[in-house]
Design a binder for this molecule. Sequence first.
Ligand SMILES: *Cc1c(COP(=O)(O)O)cnc(C)c1O
Length: 450
Amino acid sequence: MRFISTRGQTPAVSFSEAVALGLAPDGGLFLPESLPDLSGKWQGWAKLSYPELLREFFAHFATDIPAADLARMAAAAYTKFDHAEIAPLRQLDDKTFVLELFHGPTLAFKDFALQFLGHLYEHQCVTRNESLTVLGATSGDTGAAAIHGLLGRARAKIFILYPDGRVSPLQERQMACTGADNVFALAVDGTFDDAQASLKTIFEDQDFRVRHHLSAVNSINLARVLAQCVYYLWAWLRLPAEARVRAEFIVPTGNFGNVLAGWMVQKMGVPFAGFRVATNQNDILYRLFTTGDYSVAAVHPSHAPSMDIQVSSNFERFLYFAENRDPARVRAVMAEFKKTGRYQFANFNRDSITTSRTSDAEIERIIRDVHQRFGYVVDPHTACGFKDLPQDRPAVVLSTAHPAKFPDVIARCIGREVTHPRLEALKSKPLIKHRIPATVAAVRSFIESH
Ligand SMILES: *Cc1c(COP(=O)(O)O)cnc(C)c1O
């Protein structure tokens, strides 16, 4: 299997190259040259364990990784999860299901991608006999999940920048209390955008980049999307037969990464009925799927901060398919969007995707309602997925984070605290953060001296 860029100006690459590069050199995102046909295969997968399913699925893509290595990595990928089923599917009533994606080390769904990516990175280091420096900026969850994916790996160091005082105390502890000597939590004096801007400059410096074997943490790595495909299959195979043909997957999303994964599995011939893109008040995707208007707006911080985005970085992959796999069309749309901050689609092809938008006030109401109705506590991101549950068909709501990560909102809504032992344990660990200015020079010299 080879991988191509959505913009069509990069030669096709292997799986390992696509993972190592992250972003394609022409500015596009990597996609499989053609999607494998799973329509005659999924029937044999219902009895597989989660790691076995991960291995079977990736065998269609990671064709340049020896089968034994892939099997070993798949078996090791989720050993730090605290639930035997990895992604348990819970049934709340006759047609409401929740797929719990928060049993990983950082209690959010990003662990599915980043725990496995940690193994892929290590495999690459060993194969090439190289070391790796992973660098990223975060406003919260991604940084923590990336750190835990590389924790204690001998050949990799990870440097994560975050705006000092502007991530939640628990998120900061997840990054800065690991005790691992290959992890550097850098609290920068500035905003997330300042941190992001200095990283951009550092990545443009070819010489520095090559010398330190720099790799970026971001949400567009192909391996992340593919790792997320697996839990859709897993959940769907666990639904009762009559629910399988009609169930809608409801996905709280901002960057479009999570929902894209499920949609791609459908395009591989697994008969999922459809999806709902559930946004918070930052609703670029809601506007796109209702009116075809894809336009940047100011970010309004919400109760669901991991969905507070301006631009949906994974949307370009969906666009490629929606524009009949024509890279010239993708380039034209993205160029116009970059120039004007806006693109109006005349006939936007929504395929099997519906959408909803949830305000902060509604998030609070939903957390209360779901608790009353089902005796179940959802976090503010997951709450967006419970808005107006379908009346006429089953729903599988993807739960993207554990409620204990958002103690204040939860306590206000349900009148008691929800805790998690992993988070409680962090409170007594020493916090080791490095405070630096958000400048290129400061970041560069920190990396050089560590
Ligand atoms: C990252 C994140 C999301 C949004 O994921 P997308 O990649 O935008 O689909 C939703 N919920 C939580 C808890 C997250 O950490």
